[in-house]
Design a protein around this ligand. Sequence first.
Ligand code: C2E
Ligand code: MG
Ligand code: MG
Length: 253
Amino acid sequence: MALRRAIDRDEIGVHYQPIFALAGERLSGFEALARWTDDELGTVSPGDFIPVAEESGLIALVGRNVLARACADAARWAPADGSPAPGISVNVSPEQLAPALPREVEAVLERTGLAPQRLTLELTESAFVSVTGETAAVLADLCRLGVRLALDDFGTGYSSLHQLAGLPLDVLKIDQSFVAKLDDPRTRTIVTATLAMAEGLGLAVTAEGIETEVQRSALHAMGCSHGQGFGLGRPAPVESAMALVAQGARAAA
Ligand code: C2E
Ligand code: MG
Ligand code: MG
């Protein structure tokens, strides 16, 4: 009930976490992360309210609002130095992968004027546990729009390598649990193998949860192209994102 009220009152906002190309630490884009601040409950983490939204069917509404807000914000980002405008990544729950999604995304792109190739939709592995004909058609329609697709939290869920080969993906996001344990040789082996696999499949890779310079330089040396994390930039309100864009794309870590 509180979530429904928050949606009605437009109390679910969006913060933006920068994503950097690890070579030269150039700003490449932002991930939109839903934020809910309630009068009584205080700040509610998306880790808590997204599952509630999914169970209650409210995720369609939350997701639509976040997508619309993120695209509208990103459409206004133009670096002063003429470098390419940063991309925007939006998380999409498995429940949202319905036949209506491509039309919804297309309408938002038209309304905001955001170029489709600047939008990446982040899907988790659970969305692909069983890719039915219907889901495959939705993914194909999204690709036809020209938006990019990312596989979020890679390696933590039901990673079906068989399906990975057949999915129209552009980006693989290495889960932060691997980045946190990079000093463990066995974890490094898994990350190295993941990077090799991604390269072979023609996927860009973003490492999540980079907190230290040691992690950043290790991932860069291993050939990981992109990264995000508290050590590079925390999720912050749109004003901070705009300031970073205006700076002309240099990392402000
Ligand atoms: P995610 O998509 O994997 O997003 C990354 C999460 O890692 C974010 O948590 C971010 O704040 C956190 N993070 C980033 N850098 C670091 C770091 O260096 N260290 C640590 N410890 N954490 C870091 P957040 O914002 O709490 O979101 C949690 C999850 O909730 C997201 O994971 C995503 O799955 C989901 N979520 C957030 N917003 C939305 C949304 O609009 N729609 C949907 N469907 N899911 C969302
Ligand atoms: Mg994500
Ligand atoms: Mg993730």
